[in-house]
Design a protein around this ligand. Structure first.
Ligand code: 13P
Length: 249
């Protein structure tokens, strides 16, 4: 199990350091549930130094597919590694929606992240329009298969199912909807990597997960944790979600 906080474009330097301290002070970690926070790039170093010596891991929210070069404003995998990142979120729906990120680019980033020892958290999920048109499973199948093209079974990998209609809306997928899509994703992974490897891949749910609904979601057999947006900005809420995961683990 993994509970990861995606802070998105929130917090200034002082607030980020404070939130990281509060998370370390509030979250009780144990062997069954890994915990990570993904602050904005500019706070990675500051938050990283707060996390040092604690079990809470550091993640980034995006990266470029190239290792270095003339890509003004971008950040590379080796840079993330050099500031202590363990995870990197790739293909988040907000990147797809507002920055034109497509499946091919997500795939290039996934491979680059893996080649530098980062664990990618690969985000997939359908829009409301796609769900209403009965295309949710087809959309997710394409996102998963293209994003993971050329990736092998031994790669450390996290997939996050984040239905776009549930992100920041207060609307959550029902536990049954989440389980159904997670089982489908696990079957796709089994086709590519084999059943045993697929069983070991962490599949997170994301989209308005909060203390009140976390237990039901992480209690589903194929839900291996959560990628938390809004509720990760409050250390107590985040810690309560971690506790729910520990109870389900
Ligand atoms: P919310 O938890 O705010 O809905 O955000 C989910 C998300 O996008 C995490 O990556």
């Amino acid at each position: 199990m993994l509970i990861a906080g995606n802070w998105k474009m929130n917090t200034d330097a002082a607030a980020a350091a404070q939130l990281a301290q509060d998370v370390c002070a509030t979250v009780r970690t144990d062997a069954g549930v890994a915990v990570a926070v993904c602050p904005p790039f500019v706070h990675l170093t500051g938050v990283g130094s707060v996390l040092q010596g604690t079990p809470v891991r550091l993640g980034a929210q995006n990266m470029h597919a190239a290792g270095s070069g003339a890509y003004t404003g971008e950040v590379s995998a080796p840079m993330l590694v050099s500031v202590g990142c363990h995870y990197v979120i790739l293909g988040h729906s907000e990147r797809r929606q507002f920055f034109g990120e497509a499946d091919d680019s997500v795939n290039a980033k996934v491979r680059q992240a893996l080649s530098h020892g980062l664990t990618p958290i690969v985000c997939v999920g359908e829009t409301l329009h796609e769900r209403k048109a009965d295309r949710a499973y087809a959309v997710v199948e394409k996102q998963v298969s293209v994003a993971l093209r050329g990736v092998d079974a031994s790669a450390p990998l996290v997939v996050a199912y984040e239905p776009v209609w549930a992100i920041g809306t207060g609307e959550t997928a029902t536990p049954a909807q989440a389980q159904s899509m997670h089982a489908y994703i696990r079957a796709l992974l089994a086709k590519q990597f084999g059943k045993a490897a697929a069983a070991d891949i962490t599949i997170l749910y994301g989209g308005s997960m909060k203390p009140a609904n976390a237990a039901d979601l992480v209690g589903q057999p194929d839900v291996d944790g959560g990628l938390i947006g809004g509720a990760s900005l409050n250390a107590r809420s985040f810690a309560a979600i971690v506790r729910a995961a520990q109870q389900a683990a």
